[in-house]
Design a protein around this ligand. Structure first.
Ligand code: CP
Length: 304
């Protein structure tokens, strides 16, 4: 079984992965990463665009001595109508050791795992989960804040369409953080409190108590018209603006999974300012993905 989400990962497994990522990060600094994937070949299959996730998975695998094969979905036989099942069965016949997959539909990695003998790593499925992003966000927050127990982490923006939000919620609540979600009521899923989070009535009520604010991207590609009146109004109510930055606690971390819509959900002075750990997230993405690939390709399912 591969890494399909943080919902099904035990607290112990999350702690182990974060510890392992810290060791891999140190090994990168001294150019002494262990070659634990030597001889292993991993297929990366991205049916949606990606910069950070794809490049950092491929970098992580190569840093560990493994090799990658990337399929260009735009020029693959899926364009001739080949089903996902047939595509992956044919790829399986070529003898890979694992697969990293991103797809716009929820459940595609789970479907593939049911039919594949090797580990499937979810690099984002629909609105469901983005587990490697959730782990790298937890890792980055632990580096900055220490233990996450009782830390107030605000997830700000389009919660409804965000797999990043879901993986953050599963991971952070398991690590003891108090997670607060905030955004336009139309973009807060009904019943989200059942995931163990609080819903803030407004951004301005929680800015001053936040230990971290994870700002989500406005997902134009997933929006139907009408979730909020206008981008200008969204920014006025939910933008992490220069003015709002002045009300953050000293030491409050600002995260963003990228890509950023500057001047909409976050101002440049915030994204590039003293609270921002956005580029640390990107750096940590390689270490976390090294921990993931080492664990799942070499060690098996950490829940077992
Ligand atoms: N955070 C994230 O998933 O970025 P990409 O879409 O660039 O991979």
């Amino acid at each position: 079984m591969g890494l399909l989400g943080l919902r099904s990962l035990s607290v112990g497994a999350i702690h182990d992965l974060l510890q392992s990522a810290a060791l891999f990060k140190s090994s990168l600094a001294t150019r002494s990463a262990p070659q634990t994937l030597l001889g292993k070949t991993i297929l990366t299959l991205f049916f949606e665009p990606s910069t950070r996730t794809r490049v950092s998975f491929e970098t992580a695998i190569k840093r560990l001595g493994g090799s990658t094969v990337s399929m260009a979905m735009e020029s693959s036989s899926t364009k001739k109508g080949e089903t996902l099942f047939d595509t992956v069965k044919n790829l399986d016949a070529m003898g890979f050791d694992g697969i990293v997959v991103r797809h716009r539909h929820t459940g595609v990695p789970h479907f593939l795992q049911q039919h594949m003998p090797f580990p499937v790593i979810n690099a984002g499925d629909g609105f469901n989960e983005h587990p490697s992003q959730g782990l790298l966000d937890c890792f980055t927050l632990q580096e900055s804040l220490g233990s996450l127990t009782n830390k107030v982490v605000v997830i700000l923006g389009d919660i409804l369409h965000s797999r990043v939000a879901r993986s953050n919620i599963w991971g952070l609540t398991k690590l003891g953080a108090k997670v607060v979600v905030c955004g336009p009521p139309t973009l807060i899923p009904v019943g989200i409190e059942e995931m163990g989070v609080h819903v803030a009535p407004s951004l301005d009520t929680i800015l001053e108590v936040a230990d971290a604010v994870n700002v989500l991207r406005i997902q134009y590609e997933r929006q139907e018209l009408g979730y909020f009146p206008s981008v200008r109004e969204y920014r006025a109510w939910y933008g992490l603006t220069a003015q709002r930055m002045t009300r953050l606690k000293a030491g409050c971390c600002v995260l963003h999974p990228g890509p950023i819509n500057r001047g909409i959900e976050i101002d440049s002075v915030v994204a590039d300012g003293p609270h921002s750990v956005i580029l640390e997230q990107v750096t940590n993405g390689v270490a976390i993905r090294m921990a993931i690939m080492d664990r799942w390709i070499n060690g098996g399912d950490p829940n077992e």
